[in-house]
Design a binder for this molecule. Sequence first.
Ligand SMILES: [Zn+2]
Length: 84
Amino acid sequence: MPCRAFRTAVDDRLDGSPDALQLVQAAPHLRRCPPCLAWVVARHAYRRMMQRLGDAVVAPLDLRDRIRGVLQREAARDAQRPNA
Ligand SMILES: [Zn+2]
């Protein structure tokens, strides 16, 4: 399974709970793909942090544009990798 498809498939399952992290970490893709393993851990931590913060934090107005720029650069980098 390509990395992009794997990440899309598991993203909704990473709800911040320890059970969800264990379930996703058992996926065969992660045994041979360290970048996706790092992505899963970071994504899980992000979801967990957002759950804890709830609505208490208001993001700066330019945050969406900055995140979009990072995601676009990452997508361009993934598109250049042979197994992305
Ligand atoms: Zn991968």
